[in-house]
Design a binder for this molecule. Structure first.
Ligand SMILES: C[S@@+](CC[C@H](N)C(=O)[O-])C[C@H]1O[C@@H](n2cnc3c(N)ncnc32)[C@H](O)[C@@H]1O
Length: 210
């Protein structure tokens, strides 16, 4: 098994184990750090929407009825819970178990790609964002809500100290910054907002129209 497959396997196992507890576990953090974040993401989505690393589908209730949602995630257990969420909401969502670094979608399929609290976990965000570029239609938008490396030196120092533990036990990199990967992937940044001491970042980027 090469190093990349090994990391993906570890992440899948981690989230398969966490899946039954994920919603409970994250809801308090969400209330503190991103109280309006998921609603903001939903408000930015239009047309054919792809949610990368969709997890348990916590954004589903925030999408307008007018959009068609597809979600992809490595963990079959997270996807199963997402299926249940969609069913309870009476929302038709197409869900795929797969790797966002090699997505099984044709070029230029989606109008919006969404990522929430995901780029911290995906092993190679640069590969995932190149894939996002590929599957977006020209003029399509990437909308992200992520916890990131803080520009505040005190917070960043704490993140550096905690990161080895977070990576080992949570498969969660505290030092990622999506802006490092967007322009190299061909996505033009249109909007950035930071909050909560720079821990939380909202980003909108666009695949240039031809
Ligand atoms: C912290 S959870 C976030 C879930 C969801 N986006 C949310 O907002 O609650 C991270 C998710 O990323 C998924 N993931 C990590 N690496 C992935 C990859 N390479 N391809 C697909 N999903 C991946 C995990 O399985 C997990 O469901």
């Amino acid at each position: 098994m090469d190093a990349s497959t090994e990391r993906a396997t570890r992440i899948r196992q981690h989230y398969n184990g966490l899946a039954p507890r994920y919603d409970n576990m994250i809801s308090t953090t969400e209330r503190l750090l991103i109280p309006e974040g998921r609603a903001w993401v939903g408000s930015q989505a239009s047309g054919d929407v792809l949610e990368i690393a969709v997890g348990t589908g916590r954004n589903f209730e925030h999408y307008p009825d007018s959009v068609a949602v597809t979600g992809i995630d490595l963990s079959p257990e997270m996807v199963e819970i997402a299926r249940g969420h969609a069913r309870r909401l009476g929302r038709e969502v197409s869900l795929v178990v797969g790797d966002v670094e090699r997505m099984p979608f044709r070029d230029a399929t989606f109008d919006t790609a969404v990522s929430t609290l995901s780029l911290c976990t995906v092993p190679h965000p640069e590969r995932a964002l190149r894939e996002v570029w590929r599957v977006l239609r020209p003029g399509g938008r990437f909308v992200a809500l992520e916890h990131v490396r803080s520009p505040n030196p005190v917070v960043r120092l704490a993140q550096r100290v905690l990161n080895p533990l977070s990576l080992r036990y949570g498969c969660d990199n505290l030092l990622r910054e999506p802006l490092d990967f967007l322009e190299p992937a061909g996505l033009e940044v249109e909007f950035v907002a930071r909050s909560k001491l720079g821990l939380i970042e909202q980003v909108v980027a666009r695949k240039p129209a031809r």
